[in-house]
Write a protein that binds this ligand. Structure first.
Ligand code: PEP
Length: 251
């Protein structure tokens, strides 16, 4: 199956404005002929300038790391989906485990964000994944199933071509601990089955599933070679152009 392959970099709260611009320039130049889509999820302050750096590209795309779950109004310090759309953002990350943990983002709030992103015509990268205790209890698949059911599977099948799912086991994010290729494949296969059961086989086969969690140049190739792993969501290793490019070139 010729699914869209994506390598997305999540810069998190890193890079001053100038540093971010320089990184984006390097990646945009080096990734011109990449064999997958390349996404940069920068902090909000960089997005407008990065849009100019990337220009019109079929390969390199721009993502926000978050959006607010209401459309507009008295939410000091927040950013709406319409604002992101107005500066040409392509994707929005929704449900990253750090936001679930530190900003108390629950299933219902995430479903609202997903709806707003899709209603605006943008694409969503929906993050899911289990904490360590859940994996130790062997309940990881049930955990992810609930995350998808509560925040994503209310969508129409026709909307699903703008949904990317990123499986990110919480115990592997920023810890140096990576899921083994077998563990990643087990979950990705299970997620594809969940999409099939909620929609159709065609929808499941067409949906891009990313792995995230301490993915780096040394392990990317093995992870990406799994049949249901269609790319990666990369944190720490997306902050250096050479490391990020090595991961992109592993696909
Ligand atoms: C992430 O935050 O999405 C992530 C995968 O981080 P890291 O690659 O640093 O584990």
């Amino acid at each position: 199956m010729n699914r869209t392959k994506i390598v997305a970099g999540n810069w998190k709260m890193n890079k001053t404005f100038d540093e971010g611009l320089e990184l984006a320039q390097q990646i945009t130049n080096k990734a011109k002929n990449a064999s997958c889509k390349v996404v940069m999820a920068s902090p909000y302050i960089h997005l407008h300038a990065l849009r100019q750096v990337i220009g019109k590209s079929d390969t390199v795309f721009l993502a926000a790391q978050n959006c607010h779950h209401e459309t507009k109004g008295a939410y000091t310090g927040e950013i709406s989906v319409e604002m992101l759309k107005s500066i040409g953002v392509d994707y929005v990350l929704v449900g990253h485990s750090e936001r679930r943990a530190y900003n108390q983002e629950d299933h219902k709030m995430l479903a609202k964000k997903v709806n707003l992103v899709l209603q605006a015509g943008l694409k969503v990268i929906f993050c899911c994944g289990e904490p360590l205790t859940v994996r130790q209890d062997n309940a990881h698949i049930q955990h992810v199933k609930r995350q998808l059911r509560e925040s994503l599977f209310h969508l129409y099948e026709s909307e699903f071509d703008r949904v990317v799912i990123a499986y990110e086991p919480v115990w592997a994010i920023g810890t140096g601990e990576t899921a083994s290729p077998e563990q990643a494949q087990e979950m990705h296969k299970a997620i594809r089955r969940m999409v099939e059961n909620s929609y159709s086989e065609a929808c499941a086969q067409a949906t891009t599933l990313l792995y995230g969690g301490s993915c780096k140049p040394s392990n990317a190739k093995e992870l990406f070679s799994q049949p249901d792993v269609d790319g990666g969501l990369i944190g720490g290793a997306s902050l250096k152009a050479d490391d990020f490019m090595a991961i992109i070139n592993s696909i």
